[in-house]
Design a protein around this ligand. Structure first.
Ligand code: COA
Length: 381
């Protein structure tokens, strides 16, 4: 039985900061951010878009009634959780009208949790072939104003349906793994901002890639040539490019062409933490020319740290099941922020007793926080 990605979609909020605006205001040469880190725009969440509403918006863009009838598990991966106890996935039951005979769970492991969720979903479908699993990754990446990590922030959500006989890609069975106990990036529960040892995190990312990739090659008995394209967790595109160069010195290789196609969306959005690898996958599939039956290697990295390298195989006709025009419009129809508006948004932390006007800009928006509970607006469609 083939199990894999039946659908995939994403949502980004309607606001962004141009990376040049940030560079000029921080008195940094814009080429450092544009060429040195390979960034272009950074998605910024307005106050009425949180991880729940963004996750709902991403899921709503791919779900049909038939999917909802079959979904008996919903997994929500995030490292910018809004609650230490109530799982984000429970909000999705009401906001997406999911069945109530369902397993609903939130998962955390830095930028890795969405990959873990996808693997758990695959195993669930193996045991329950008629089931579909909704997997969502949603994050707001905040390092804070005037920090080294400031240009590598972002916001957005990814949603996937994992099922048997998938329309997009089969998930192959071998995973290369590597984990260790390190502090490269972390966020203590009392801090709204992430802490990062930037250069150390870059080194660990590359080391964990080599270790997990080698583990994959050993277990699968594949060679590099058996993999048609490599995609990476993308906190910023340059890190993926440098990591690819560790295994492919020839810059004329097709692998670089595919890599460039895989970062088109990431460069418009910035870092969306756990969804970044899968935003890169959507970018490759929608902006690239991958042939049916191609094998793609995915490198997932979560600081702290754990790494997984695994492969998917595209199925015949996968291009017919993408949402390219919708995604391109979503990215085009955004508003640029001034530096002052960006700074105000990034340093506002919502607490109780707040109400928003119904802007009706996206399918789901945060409506209010009252009695310490969040309520959302759903647009009538
Ligand atoms: N024109 C072109 N390139 C320039 C430049 C200029 N004027 N000035 C600097 N650069 C290049 C540097 O050469 C470097 O490229 P290289 O790595 O290929 O040599 C790149 O820009 C970054 O410069 P660097 O001095 O390393 O930047 P930094 O000290 O500000 O740190 C990060 C960059 C990414 C470490 C920092 O933004 C950060 O901490 N980010 C968050 C951590 C993260 O995302 N980690 C990933 C693991 S998940």
């Amino acid at each position: 039985m083939k199990i894999g990605i039946d659908k995939i979609g994403f949502y980004v909020p309607k606001l962004y900061l141009d990376i040049e605006t940030l560079a000029i205001n921080r008195e940094v040469d814009p080429m450092k951010y544009k060429k040195g880190l390979m960034l272009d725009k950074m998605a910024v969440a307005p106050l009425n878009q949180d991880i729940i509403s963004m996750g709902v918006n991403a899921a709503h863009s791919i779900l049909t009634k038939e999917d909802i009838e079959k979904i008996d598990m919903v997994l929500f991966a995030t490292e910018s959780s809004i609650d230490q106890s109530k799982a984000a996935a429970t909000h999705l039951i009401s906001l997406l009208s999911l069945k109530k005979n369902i397993r609903a769970l939130e998962l955390k492991h830095a930028c890795y949790a969405l990959t873990a969720a996808i693997q758990f979903a695959k195993n669930h479908v193996k045991e329950n072939p008629e089931s579909k699993v909704l997997v969502v990754g949603s994050d707001i990446a905040k390092y804070g104003i005037k920090t080294d990590g400031e240009p590598t922030q972002g916001a957005g959500a990814i949603a996937l349906i994992i099922s048997k006989d998938p329309c997009i890609a089969e998930i192959e069975n071998v995973s290369g793994l590597y984990a260790d106990d390190i502090y490269d990036f972390w966020r203590p529960s009392y801090s709204p901002y992430a802490m990062v040892d930037g250069q150390y995190s870059n080194e660990m990312y590359k080391k964990f890639f080599l270790e997990s990739y080698e583990d994959y090659l050993k277990k699968s008995r594949h060679k590099k040539e058996d993999i048609d394209a490599f995609i990476f967790h993308i906190p910023y595109a340059k890190l993926g490019l440098k990591t690819l160069s560790l295994i492919e010195p020839n810059i004329e290789s097709n692998l670089y062409q595919y890599f460039n196609q895989s970062i088109v969306y990431n460069q418009q959005v910035g870092n969306i933490y756990t969804g970044s690898l899968y935003l890169s996958l959507v970018s490759l599939l929608e902006q690239g020319e991958m042939k049916d039956n191609s094998r793609i290697g995915l490198f997932s990295y979560g600081s702290g740290a754990v790494a997984e390298f695994y492969t998917i195989k595209l199925v015949n006709g996968y291009k017919n099941h993408l949402n390219k025009i919708y995604h391109e419009k979503l990215l085009e129809n955004r508003k640029a922020l001034s530096i002052e508006s960006y700074e105000s948004l990034i340093s506002t932390h919502l607490t109780n007793d707040i109400k928003f006007e119904d802007e009706n800009e996206s399918y789901c928006e945060l409506k209010e926080i009252s009695h310490q509970q969040r309520k959302y607006n759903i647009k009538a469609v």
